[in-house]
Design a protein around this ligand. Structure first.
Ligand code: ZN
Ligand code: ZN
Length: 160
C-alpha cells in the first residue's frame, strides 16, 4: 500500500484505505464474472452496494414530511411531464412532491422510495437522514473528496 500513497501524495485515512481495497476486490469480481454482466455498470447506483460501502439509509422522516407538494400546471401537462419513477404522465392539477433538487414525483412513487434510500432517483441528490452514523460517514466522504480536490488543484497549479 505504501507505493499507492507515495504515488498519490496523500495520507492514508481509514475510509480511503477501505474504499480502495473494496474497489480492488470489486474489480476482481467483475473480471471473474464479466460474462454475467449484461447491464451498464454504474458504481454509484444506489441499489448496488460495494462490499464495505455503506448502504444509504432512508431519508429523514421530518425532511420527507416537509417536502413541498406542488400542483402540476397545464403547461407541464402539455409538455408531457412524467413522473420519473413510474414514467406516467402527470394529470393536470395533480399534486406532486418536489425534492430539493427540483425533481417532481407522484407522492405514491417517491415516498416509498425515500423510505428505502435518501437520494433522488434522478440525480442522486442526497437528503438528510435520521442515521447519525451515516451522516458521520457522509461527512468523512465529503472531506476526503475535498482532500482529493485540493491535491488535484495543487497538482494542477504545479504543472500550469
Ligand atoms: Zn409516479
Ligand atoms: Zn433530483
Amino acid at each position: 500500500m505504501a507505493s499507492y500513497y507515495d504515488e498519490h501524495d496523500c495520507e492514508p485515512d481509514d475510509s480511503g484505505v477501505h474504499r480502495n481495497l473494496d474497489l480492488l476486490q470489486f474489480a476482481r469480481m467483475l473480471v471473474e464474472n464479466s460474462d454475467m454482466l449484461d447491464f451498464d455498470l454504474d458504481l454509484d447506483f444506489d441499489g448496488f452496494t460495494l462490499p464495505g460501502e455503506r448502504r444509504a439509509p432512508p431519508a429523514s422522516i421530518a425532511v420527507v414530511q416537509a417536502l413541498p407538494s406542488i400542483e402540476i400546471s397545464a403547461k407541464q401537462v402539455q409538455m408531457g411531464k412524467k413522473c420519473p419513477v413510474c414514467l406516467l404522465e402527470f394529470d393536470i392539477h395533480e399534486k406532486a412532491k418536489q425534492l430539493p433538487c427540483q425533481h417532481q414525483f407522484h407522492s405514491g412513487c417517491i415516498l416509498p422510495w425515500l423510505k428505502k434510500t435518501n437520494s433522488c432517483p434522478v440525480c442522486r441528490h442526497e437528503l438528510l437522514t435520521d442515521d447519525p452514523d451515516y451522516e458521520e460517514y457522509r461527512k468523512q466522504k465529503e472531506k476526503s473528496k475535498e482532500k482529493e480536490a485540493r491535491v488535484e488543484s495543487l497538482h494542477n497549479s504545479m504543472y500550469t
